[in-house]
Design a protein around this ligand. Sequence first.
Ligand SMILES: [Zn+2]
Ligand SMILES: [Zn+2]
Length: 413
Amino acid sequence: MPRSVKDAIKRSRSTVETVVEHGRATVETALEHGRATVEEALHHGRATVESALFHGRATVETALYHGRATMQAAVLHGREDIRIESVPVPKAEAGELIVRVGAALTCGTDLKVFRRGYHARMIVPPALFGHELAGTVVEAGAGVTDFAPGNRVVALNSAPCGRCYFCERNQENLCDDLLFNNGAYAEFIRIPARIVAKNTLIVPDHVPLEHAALTEPLACAVHGFEDSHPHPGDTVAVIGGGPLGLMMVHVAALAGCEVIAVVKHDGQVIAARALGATHVVQATTIRKAIRDTRALTPNDRGVDIAIEAVGLPDAWEEAVEMVRKGGTVNFFGGCAVGTRVNLDTNRIHYSDITLRATFHHTPAICREALNLIAGGRFQASAFITGHAHLYELNRVFEKLMSRNSEIKTAIVP
Ligand SMILES: [Zn+2]
Ligand SMILES: [Zn+2]
């Protein structure tokens, strides 16, 4: 082949290769830009759809609320007698909110009330029932400026007066005029003005309502734990594997304590381990539980802090026998009215034991509890072991009385 032809072929090949290469680069650039544009469009689209859904839902809930004269609600009539009834939908008076309940959680206190038929301080039947809830505001009464329809909120079960001797000493949990609210097992609930002003909190967008509803029991646990004056690294024994015992185990573990969970049932052993207990003592007798717990401490000296979360006199006495010299006991579980305990006065005095009995929560601690839930380290979903409709409430309580692997059931109206 003549040289000029060869050259021509070579030149044209390199031209073709250059063209192909530029073409490929251009296509890749176009693809890349295109992809970025599509992703951006998808992202904006998704955000718009989510926001539309959210606002739509809030609007529908508000519309539903305004269009209804009656709602379904659980009414407690007495011992083991809950009836789901049609009752008037509440309307917001000045300072009040009406909340569409997103989730209401079962609670040991409700179970006690279900068994006994009343609670001297909190509820006298016939009455609306349930107190751990979170939901969406559908009506704000005159003068409410902090909340508006569409807001996701958790409204606590009580609020202190802010004026009495105890409130002025930052002991709002002991307020002489603590106002309690019930009626969470219903489609809508009225939040009294004082709770709106002092103990209603906005739920951050990323926190599911059923997790936010844990604020009240968690506030009790955080209060009891902090009241025991713990130090990181302390050994803390928690007696009781019910919802609050397990919450106490988790709170103490998150605070860096070594936790010994003292529980009865197999399900509670598994739950306590999952929530951070270093050791679990599952003993059939109190004597053995005391021995086994002490054996986990150096020279059997006892734990730094013992928290009783059962609410039985035997368990109160057990807690005193587990703690070391100079340690702290917290009688966190409330016993039945009229109950008395036998304590070894010598042991308490000569071992210099601090006895505390923390009750309830304060507005500051409720905020702390919601922050803990929103923070991400707290395993909120571990505490909600079931979901049920309002109509299944009786069955749910019967199951809670007999079965031990359930912690809390979310009631969705
Ligand atoms: Zn509760
Ligand atoms: Zn007060």
